[in-house]
Ligand binder design. Sequence first.
Ligand SMILES: NC(=O)c1ccc[n+]([C@@H]2O[C@H](COP(=O)([O-])OP(=O)(O)OC[C@H]3O[C@@H](n4cnc5c(N)ncnc54)[C@H](O)[C@@H]3O)[C@@H](O)[C@H]2O)c1
Length: 364
Amino acid sequence: MNKTKVNLDKKISASYEIFIGEDILDRIGMIITKNNCASRYVIITDSNVAILHGERLLTTLKETGLKIDMIEFPAGEASKNIDTTLDIIKKLIDIGIDRRSALIALGGGVVGDIVGFVASTYMRGIPYYQIPTTLLAQVDSSIGGKTAIDLPEGKNLMGTFYQPKGVFIDLSFLKTLPSREFNSGMAEIVKYGIIDDTELFDLLESKTKAIKDKDITLLSTIIGKSCRIKKGIIEIDEKETGLRRILNFGHTIGHAIEAESDYSISHGDAVSIGMVAATRISQKLKYLPSEDRKRIEHLIKATGLPCRIPISISTEGILARLKVDKKKEDDANKFVLLKKLGMPFVNGGVPEEIARETIEELKG
Ligand SMILES: NC(=O)c1ccc[n+]([C@@H]2O[C@H](COP(=O)([O-])OP(=O)(O)OC[C@H]3O[C@@H](n4cnc5c(N)ncnc54)[C@H](O)[C@@H]3O)[C@@H](O)[C@H]2O)c1
């Protein structure tokens, strides 16, 4: 099992470790016991993960002597709301959870986001651990302490920054993960290669078959590298006031495409198309050499991720959504663009014509 430390604000209390390995559930119990941050624990998970892995984790942690319960809620983004949050909080009160207790988020980004939010607000804040079970959660959402729930007015509009006490990444969870969810995580891994680590990019380029075969040794390497990249960025900019924004590469147009498709396009596919769009815009604005653009598009295709926007999705609809994007500041959309592979920057103003031309080009 490998471990990586996330050092925040030079305050030891806010720092935590990310453990990565295969079949590590038994060791998770030992580490939690050793950390001794609570006298009682509650696993919170969704209905899919509860069936696949919940009982196994509950039993394993009980065997290590932890006093532990489990709560579940219906799987899916539709649950990431205030009703589910209040429902969880009521259940915690009912079973007598107090300030000496800690939560354990077992699941994908939806579970991690809600549990982090509940932990940050329940009795003014109790500790929590992340046990991410999707590839996206393992390389992205479980690290960095962003918690959130959705409101009727939009996604992630209510939330906090609240760091977990530890993150446990068990690769064996990936064996049950559907391909659509696997691709969501792969899109984020490719993003890290593009924005931060040309060595990771080269590795991905040379191992596209092993990626498609979900080779566990390769996955362990690229998940480890991805976690270290995300940790490095959030150590510098925990609250997304600057550098952390580069993690939004591909997400601006991606979110607009995802929403315009009424969420029939998955988040990962939308981010993947969004990265192609941001790459093309970077070349059109004469920042990025065409050789780098070709390599990026080739890698995205070779890993089985999409590059094209379905013809049925309206260009004007995407542009309208870009205008109301919550990251919009003043009149200009904030796009993360590239100067070259491994060198992203935040650009305040992409002319609408260039965005329109790029979207049209990617249709079909
Ligand atoms: N906090 C952050 O920094 C951050 C970053 C990125 C995304 N997010 C959030 O993460 C959410 C998306 O996360 P996600 O893609 O993990 O989605 P998700 O949590 O909805 O999981 C996707 C699906 O996979 C199922 N699942 C989870 N693990 C499984 C496993 N091992 N085997 C089989 N099925 C499994 C889930 O039940 C669900 O149906 C969004 O709400 C997004 O806003 C947060």
